[in-house]
Ligand binder design. Structure first.
Ligand code: GLP
Length: 245
C-alpha cells in the first residue's frame, strides 16, 4: 500500500486526476470505477478541467459506480446517479451507454446485482477503482460485519452511516438500504485509489493501515491488494503508527 500525505484537497484532486488521465490516455477504453461522497469532488473537478482543456477524452471510457441508495430514482438529487451526472459525467464526454449503475429502485435486487457482476466481468474488469472510506471503515457500502462479501448485494445501512450521510437528506428521509459492490468486486480491480481527508477519517485510516485484516473494518482488506494508493491529508493521517514514508 502506497500512502501519500498531501497539502490540500485540491492537491489530492490534481494527483488522483493525473493518475486517471494517464490511464485513459494509455487505454482510451479503460474501465473506471467511481465513488461518490465528498472525497472525490476535487478529482472530478480536475478531470472536468482537463477535458475542457482538451487533454483527455472519456468517450470510450466504461464506468461502474460503487453503490446506490435504494428507493431513489436517477433524477432524485440525492441519488448517487444524479451526483455523478452533476459532478462529473455531464462535464465531460462520457457516453450514457458506457455508464453502469446499480438500480436501487428495481423490484428484483438480486437480478440487478447479478447483472451488474456480469457486466463488470464482460467489460474485462475494472482498471482503476476510486474509493472513499466511511468513518466506520466502510468501502462502497460494505459496512462492518462478520464476513467479507463478494458480488454486489443489498445492504442495510448502519447507524454510523445514517449519522454521517443523514445531513444530505431532509429529516428522516435517508434511505435505510443500498445496493453496493461487494468487497470481492472491489479487490478484483487492477488498481485501487483511496482518498480520505479530515479528522473524522483518522481512526478508520489507522485501522485500515495498521490494524488486523478484518470485516469489522472492511477497508482493512486493502492490505491484501497488490496495487493500492492512498491519498490523505495531515488530519486523516494523524493516527497512523510511526508516520508514513
Ligand atoms: C459513503 C459512500 C462511500 C463513500 C463514503 C465516504 O457512504 N457510500 O462510497 O466513499 O461514504 O464519503 P465521504 O467522501 O463523503 O466522506
Amino acid at each position: 500500500m502506497q500512502l501519500f500525505v498531501c497539502e490540500s484537497k485540491e492537491d489530492i484532486g490534481e494527483k488522483v486526476a493525473a493518475l486517471l488521465i494517464r490511464q485513459v490516455q494509455t487505454k482510451p477504453n479503460s474501465v473506471l470505477g467511481f465513488a461518490t461522497g465528498r472525497s472525490p469532488l476535487e478529482t472530478y473537478d480536475a478531470l472536468a478541467a482537463a477535458y475542457a482543456r482538451g487533454v483527455v477524452s472519456f468517450k470510450d471510457v466504461v464506468t461502474f459506480n460503487l453503490d446506490e441508495y435504494c428507493g431513489l430514482t436517477k433524477t432524485d438529487a440525492n441519488s448517487y446517479y444524479a451526483f455523478m451526472q452533476k459532478n462529473l459525467f455531464s462535464r465531460a464526454d462520457f457516453r450514457t451507454e458506457n455508464i453502469h449503475f446499480l438500480d436501487g429502485c428495481a423490484a428484483d435486487d438480486k437480478a440487478v446485482c447479478e447483472a451488474y457482476r456480469a457486466e463488470m466481468q464482460a467489460a474485462g474488469g475494472i482498471d482503476i477503482q476510486l474509493l472513499g472510506i466511511g468513518t466506520n471503515g466502510h468501502i462502497g457500502f460494505n459496512e462492518p460485519s462478520d464476513a467479507f462479501t463478494d458480488g454486489p448485494f443489498l445492504v442495510t445501512l448502519s447507524q454510523s452511516t445514517k449519522n454521517a450521510n443523514g445531513k444530505y437528506f431532509a429529516d428522516g428521509s435517508m434511505p435505510t438500504h443500498a445496493l453496493t459492490m461487494g468487497v470481492g468486486d472491489i479487490l478484483r480491480a487492477k488498481k485501487l485509489i483511496m482518498i480520505a481527508t479530515g479528522e473524522s477519517k483518522a481512526k478508520a485510516i489507522a485501522a485500515m493501515v495498521n490494524g488486523p485484516v478484518t470485516p469489522q473494518c472492511p477497508a482493512s482488506v486493502l492490505q491484501t491488494h497488490r496495487d493500492v494508493t492512498v491519498f490523505l491529508d495531515a488530519e486523516s493521517a494523524a493516527l497512523l503508527e510511526g508516520g508514513i514514508s
